[in-house]
Design a protein around this ligand. Structure first.
Ligand code: EPZ
Length: 420
């Protein structure tokens, strides 16, 4: 069994350069399939979700190599339309391959990606938009089959919810559709904008990414491109939470503060010193107990993002008072509440919310990750504990962080990975 052994009580000091964003990487890898020429991606983090994506790319016929932070993709001679069950089941992001494979092969079969601990995570908005563009959808057992033998047609479509993934699926679908598309009530996350930048670099005609409405003029084909991923804003939020829990001062490089809308002001309200020594860098410092924040709600960008919610909960376990965070995005974001309690903190899941009663200190203990951000939150909580903790479920953490324990070790934490 593999776990992280963390001995709390050590302040964090040092500087960290943010890796490329996982939530840019995953849709852009799928979008690469739309291209007729080679694609090069830079600033790529080594994550387990990356390797699951490379499996899908190779299974449908592409050559995909990952060497020292760079990915080279070479187009398939003849593309296949079946997404392998193992890779599809390994991550939700296999959904991103629906639109590209529909365009390139006229058909796609996806073993249903299913829900995860965060909630059901249906894909109805993706499918509603693709059907409006002319695809047919059917479930055969556990396998979703989409067909578009005559290609996809541009359309006007209003998303019922600004889903990040559905916005990205429909942007990819519209990029090569016949005619114009207008997508309304779309997601505005920085990763959506990064995907649009990549597609436009390949010759797509996409306007308005990052606003409420995206307009796309379909083009007959896309060439290749070289693209550098934006920094991972959730890794930045993870570092803020670690500093708030363990105290100290961390210098974060390759950061886009504008991408941290809705997060930075919360950490300032907690009492964190946050300033930009030079553009693209942030220094985060915390010496005292965080101030509690009362009632908080997550929401679509630029609101306080759902992925930072469990991390912020970890930061507030020693706060001087109570905080309640409601996640309006996922119905089951706070499985980690009972795990925080296993570390000796006072936290409770109440429906879609977590209620935290800040304590001056808590002991540490054994806890287990149930999803990616919960895992990172437990690491931050263990860094802030007085004693020793053991954190399991590292397979979840590896999905979104390359060597989180090495980063924290480098910053002075007493953290080691143990396999026994
Ligand atoms: C993306 O997931 C991110 N993943 C998530 O990050 C992030 O938490 C989420 O956006 C919200 O910001 C990637 O980008 C790879 P959604 P996604 O579609 O696209 C419902 C992480 O930890 N919904 O915006 O799946 C859905 O159930 C991960 O890095 C429908 O009902 O999120 C959820 O309640 C976790 N029907 C809400 O919308 C649909 O067709 C938001 O989902 C699609 C979504």
């Amino acid at each position: 069994m593999e776990y992280l052994r963390i001995r709390g009580g050590r302040e964090l000091q040092g500087s960290v350069t943010l890796p490329g964003a996982k939530n840019s990487l995953l849709p852009i890898l799928a979008a690469g399939i739309l291209c007729n020429e080679p694609v090069t991606l830079k600033n790529v983090p080594d994550l387990s979700d990356l390797h699951a994506s490379l499996q899908i790319l190779r299974a449908v016929g592409w050559q995909a190599e990952f060497v020292q932070g760079t990915i080279q993709l070479l187009p398939a001679e003849k593309m296949k339309s079946i997404i392998p069950e193992k890779a599809a089941g390994a991550m939700r992001s296999s959904v991103f391959y629906l639109a590209p494979l529909l365009h390139r092969t006229g058909k796609v079969e996806l073993p249903s990606p299913g829900g995860c601990r965060l909630g059901q995570r249906p894909i109805d908005i993706h499918l509603e938009g693709l059907v409006k563009m002319g695809a047919t959808a059917a479930m055969q057992g556990e396998v979703l089959t989409l067909c578009a033998p005559n290609g996809l047609q541009g359309t006007e479509f209003r998303l019922r919810y600004p889903s990040v993934g559905a916005t990205e699926t429909l942007m990819m679908a519209a990029a090569l559709a016949q005619g114009k598309s207008r997508l309304e009530n779309v997601a505005k996350e920085p990763e959506v904008m990064d995907l649009a930048r990549f597609l436009n670099r390949c010759g797509a005609q996409i306007r308005g990414a990052g606003t409420e409405c995206i307009e796309i003029e379909g083009v007959p084909a896309l060439k290749g491109a070289t693209h550098t991923l934006i920094p991972d804003r959730i890794v930045a939020a993870t570092l803020f939470a670690a500093v708030a829990a363990a105290k100290g001062e961390v210098h974060i490089k390759n950061v886009c503060p504008v991408h941290l809308a809705g997060v930075l002001e919360l950490y300032k309200r907690m009492g964190m010193q946050l300033y930009q020594p030079v553009p693209g860098e942030l220094i985060a410092g915390m010496q005292n107990r965080p101030k509690a924040l009362g009632q908080l709600k997550t929401g679509p960008y630029p609101a306080f993002c759902t992925d930072a919610a469990p991390l912020t909960a970890a930061a507030l376990l020693t706060a001087t008072g109570e905080t309640v965070i409601e996640d309006t995005v996922f119905e089951n974001r706070f499985e980690c509440a009972s795990e925080f309690a296993n570390l000796g903190a006072r936290a409770m899941k109440q429906g879609r919310s977590i209620h935290i009663w800040g304590k001056k200190s808590y002991s540490g203990g054994s806890a287990r990750a149930s999803d990616l951000r919960a895992g990172a939150a437990l690491v931050c909580a263990a860094l802030g504990a007085k004693g020793e903790s053991r954190i399991g479920g590292l397979e979840y953490i590896r999905r979104g962080y390359c060597d989180l324990e090495k980063t924290m070790q480098y910053l002075g934490a007493d953290i080691v990975k143990i396999s026994d």
